[in-house]
Write a new protein. Structure first.
Length: 269
C-alpha cells in the first residue's frame, strides 16, 4: 500500500468532481472561476473545502446551488469521506457555516435564508440557460462545417454522435450539449432529433437563423456576467492576473467576444 499514492489519487478525484460543479448563472465550473479556494484531502481521508464568492452580497440562492453541487460532488467520492465545507466572506457565511456545523442540510439552511424563493424553479431557469448556450455552440460549429440548415435541424441523436468535429474545444462542447439534452429529456432515443427548443419543439430550417440570434443573446449575457464576475473577484482579492485580458463592456456591446469555454481559458491563462 502506498499512502502517498492513495492521497494523490484521491486529491485528483476530488478536483475532478469539483470541476463538475458549475456556477448556475454562468454555466462554468466553480474551479475555473476561482471560487474553490482550497480543496484538500486530510491525512485521515476526510476532505476540507473552502469556498469563496466574488462579492459579499452574492445571492444566497446562487451560493446554495453551488454549495449543494459541492455536497453532491463530495458524496460521489469513491472512498465516502467525512467532509467539511466552509463559505467565506459572504453576508450569510456565518449562518451557513453554523448550519453545516449543526448538521443541517443545505435545504434547511437556505430554506431559512431564502424565504419564499423556489430554489428548484431557480435551478430550472439556469438549466435552461445552460442548455441554450451549449446548443448555440454546437449549431454554430455545425454551420462552420458547411452543413446546411436542413441537415442540421434534421439531424437525429445517432447522427449527432457520429458527427466528426476537429478542435478539442468543439468536441468538449459537443459532449456538454449532449449532457444537457439528456438531462432535459432522460429518455431521449437515438432516432429522435438532436436539436429542439427547450420546450421540445422542432426548429424549422427557415427559422434557424432567427433562433440562433435568440440563443446568441443568452450566451452574450452569460459571458458578460462571467467577465464581470471575474473582474469583481479579481478586484476584491487583488487577483490582477485574472482581470487582465478579460473582455470589456464595450467588447460585449460590439460583439467582439468569441465563444471560448472555460477549458480554453485555462490553457490561455
Amino acid at each position: 500500500m502506498n499512502p502517498a499514492g492513495t492521497s494523490s489519487r484521491r486529491e485528483t478525484e476530488l478536483w475532478l468532481r469539483l470541476e463538475e460543479v458549475n456556477d448556475p448563472e454562468l454555466d462554468e465550473p466553480i474551479t475555473s472561476m476561482g471560487f474553490v479556494e482550497r480543496a484538500e484531502v486530510i491525512g485521515d481521508g476526510s476532505v476540507a473545502v473552502d469556498f469563496r464568492l466574488p462579492t459579499y452580497w452574492c445571492s444566497p440562492n446562487f451560493a446554495f446551488l453551488m454549495l449543494d453541487g459541492i455536497r453532491q460532488a463530495l458524496d460521489a467520492l469513491s472512498w465516502s469521506p467525512a467532509y467539511q465545507v466552509r463559505l467565506h466572506d459572504h453576508m450569510f457565511a456565518e449562518e451557513v457555516n453554523r448550519g453545516i456545523e449543526e448538521g443541517k442540510s443545505f435545504g434547511q439552511i437556505f430554506g431559512e435564508l431564502a424565504g419564499d424563493q423556489d430554489i428548484e424553479a431557480l435551478r430550472q431557469i439556469f438549466r435552461m440557460k445552460a442548455f441554450k448556450r451549449r446548443q448555440e455552440a454546437m449549431l454554430a460549429a455545425l454551420r462552420q462545417k458547411r452543413l446546411t440548415d436542413d441537415e442540421i435541424v434534421g439531424m437525429d441523436l445517432s447522427a449527432y454522435d457520429a458527427a466528426s468535429l476537429q478542435s478539442a474545444e468543439v468536441i468538449s462542447q459537443k459532449a456538454r450539449y449532449r449532457q444537457a439534452l439528456i438531462a432535459r429529456w432522460p429518455g431521449r432515443r437515438l432516432f429522435e432529433p438532436a436539436f429542439v427548443t427547450w420546450e421540445g419543439e422542432r426548429i424549422p430550417p427557415a427559422a434557424l437563423g432567427a433562433y440562433l440570434a435568440e440563443l446568441r443573446s443568452v450566451r452574450i449575457n452569460m459571458e458578460f456576467n462571467g467577465a464581470l464576475c471575474r473582474g469583481l473577484k479579481g478586484t476584491r482579492y487583488k487577483e490582477l492576473d485574472l482581470v487582465d485580458g478579460e473582455p470589456t463592456l464595450v467588447d460585449f456591446i460590439l460583439d467582439r467576444v468569441p465563444h471560448v469555454s472555460c477549458a480554453a481559458r485555462r490553457v490561455q491563462n
